[in-house]
Design a protein around this ligand. Structure first.
Ligand code: ADP
Ligand code: MG
Length: 252
């Protein structure tokens, strides 16, 4: 194949003692796409991500990331990825810009300053860049966390529940940041418990349930699995999220 997938997972299995969490997980993620791994709490999403990021060994099956086998070529895989967890790993005492410069230095990159400024701009944090992270909102922190994970331009980015715990406005900000990532050619594998998040962001969605991928397809393909809704003559009510966002935006 001339354009192999960015991520290829076959027959992945993992148990923690008697708990058989992954029972044969298969999926592929095309280069430059956003793929959502959807599943309830405890479904095994983080376990999949940790295996792909070489932090955890699978009991069976194979996984390739950026063409490299996670079990056999962990160093190559690590150079190809970044991982952003649910809990932002930023230093509160430092400013946003200082956090970025620090990571760029740790990665031995030339010109850490311009790299930091470029990322601040890309994630709409230029004005906040000189402020301590302790003063940031949840959405700003998460954006900074994603920005930090992009230093060195990894081709594959894992976002483990990037918006869990964020308010609706902050979620929208993070969604915009994720979309920009994919527009720039980065492959994004994100996990989420939120159906609307998968719907909003992902080109393909897979549902992890009881250790296996039970469906995998585009949103249109997933919707086609259900019979069309009966036409009902009711007024369309705005969702609570619509109401919240309209009211909050009107005040800012
Ligand atoms: N290190 C561990 N030891 C024992 N059980 C674990 C460990 N990590 C995760 N689990 C269990 O495995 C299941 C899947 O966890 P996880 O992959 O974190 O799910 P998710 O990210 O989808 O919420 C859960 O039941 C969790 O309690
Ligand atoms: Mg998890």
């Amino acid at each position: 194949m001339s354009n192999p997938p960015a991520i290829q997972v076959r027959g992945l299995e993992k148990s923690y003692k008697d708990l058989h969490v992954l029972r044969g997980v298969d999926f592929e993620v095309a280069r430059g796409s956003i793929f959502a791994l959807l599943g309830s709490n405890g479904a095994g999403k983080t376990t999949v991500i940790r295996i792909l990021a070489t932090l955890l060994k699978a009991d069976a099956g194979t996984a390739r990331v950026n063409g490299f086998e996670v079990a056999a070529q962990p160093a190559d895989v690590r150079e190809s990825i970044s991982l952003t967890g649910q809990f932002a790993a930023v230093d509160e005492i430092l400013t946003g810009r200082e956090n970025l410069v620090l990571v760029a230095r740790l990665r031995h990159l030339k010109d850490p300053g311009p790299i930091a400024d470029g990322l601040l701009k890309r994630f709409a944090l230029t004005e906040a860049g000189g402020r301590r992270v302790a003063t940031y909102s949840g959405g700003m922190r998460r954006r900074l966390d994603i920005a930090m994970s992009l230093i060195g331009n990894p081709p594959v980015v894992f976002l483990d529940e990037p918006t869990t715990g964020l308010d609706p406005e902050a979620r929208l900000e993070v969604w915009q940041a994720v979309r920009k990532l994919a527009e720039g050619g980065t492959t994004v594998l994100l996990t989420t418990q939120y159906l609307d998040e998968a719907e909003q962001l992902a080109g393909r969605i897979a549902i992890l349930h009881e250790g296996r991928i039970i469906v995998d397809g585009t949103l249109a393909e997933l919707k086609a699995l259900l019979p069309p809704a009966k036409v009902e003559y009711v007024e369309k009510q705005p969702s609570l999220e619509d109401v919240f966002l309209t009211l909050v935006k009107g005040r800012s």
